[in-house]
Unconditional design. Structure first.
Length: 217
């Protein structure tokens, strides 16, 4: 089973079949969100993500399994995500990018794809000089689109503002050197690349010096 991560595009987001492709929770505040008719939400989502791609650049990753889109993660600075203000532990840190939606198709859950998505997001953001990745965790009844706090803790986030329902959690990318190594290993597994260990150099033999017993000392 071949697994590969690629940058998020509008077409790939739609192809996942994710409910996030129609969800405006992060992109709009509650008042503006309620004004968008249900049958126009997918189009509005595409317009807002397209604007984010133009203004900020890469804002997500998609995982392919055997060439089919099955999982995605979205992220952006909090200024692009006014809906995040609905969380009781908002706002996010000024130096952080906010994780804004992580989804894995039900048929592919339990196989580590969520961890791979977070690793790929971290790798992208480290390369762009971002200091931290933050997320609002969920303990069961947080606002929609929050990732489970237990999952976030397992993949490297720590709680910076506790809350019984929606803690704010953070991954400090300034000290993520071990993440770089883990990400590279994960990407190698995604691509199915196995690099054989280099063969040892052949041992060089020094020819013995033949001594003629008849020579004078």
């Amino acid at each position: 089973m071949a697994r590969r991560g690629v940058p998020l595009t509008l077409d790939r987001l739609e192809a996942t079949g994710s409910p996030c492709a129609r969800c405006l929770f992060w992109e709009l505040d509650p008042v503006r969100r309620d004004r968008v008719p249900e049958d126009e939400r997918a189009e509005e989502k595409q317009a807002l993500v397209s604007e984010r791609l133009r203004e900020w650049g890469s804002c997500g990753r998609v995982l392919l399994v055997d060439g089919v889109e099955v999982a995605h993660v979205l992220y952006a600075p909090a200024g692009h995500l006014p809906g995040a203000g609905a969380f009781p532990t908002a706002p996010a840190g000024e130096d952080a990018v906010l994780l804004a939606g992580l989804w894995v198709h039900p048929d592919h859950r339990g196989g580590g794809l969520g961890r791979m998505l977070v690793q790929q997001a971290a790798r992208d953001l480290v390369g762009r000089g971002v200091r931290a990745l933050e997320a609002f965790g969920s303990h069961g009844s947080a606002p929609g689109c929050a990732a489970p706090a237990e999952f976030l803790a397992r993949v490297g986030f720590r709680t910076v503002r506790p809350h019984p329902v929606a803690p704010r959690m953070r991954m400090d990318l300034r000290t993520a050197l071990t993440w770089r190594e883990e990400v590279e290993a994960a990407l190698g597994r995604l691509a199915g690349v196995v690099r054989p260990a280099p063969a040892p150099a052949p041992e060089r033999r020094v020819p013995a010096v033949r001594r003629d017993d008849g020579d004078a000392d």
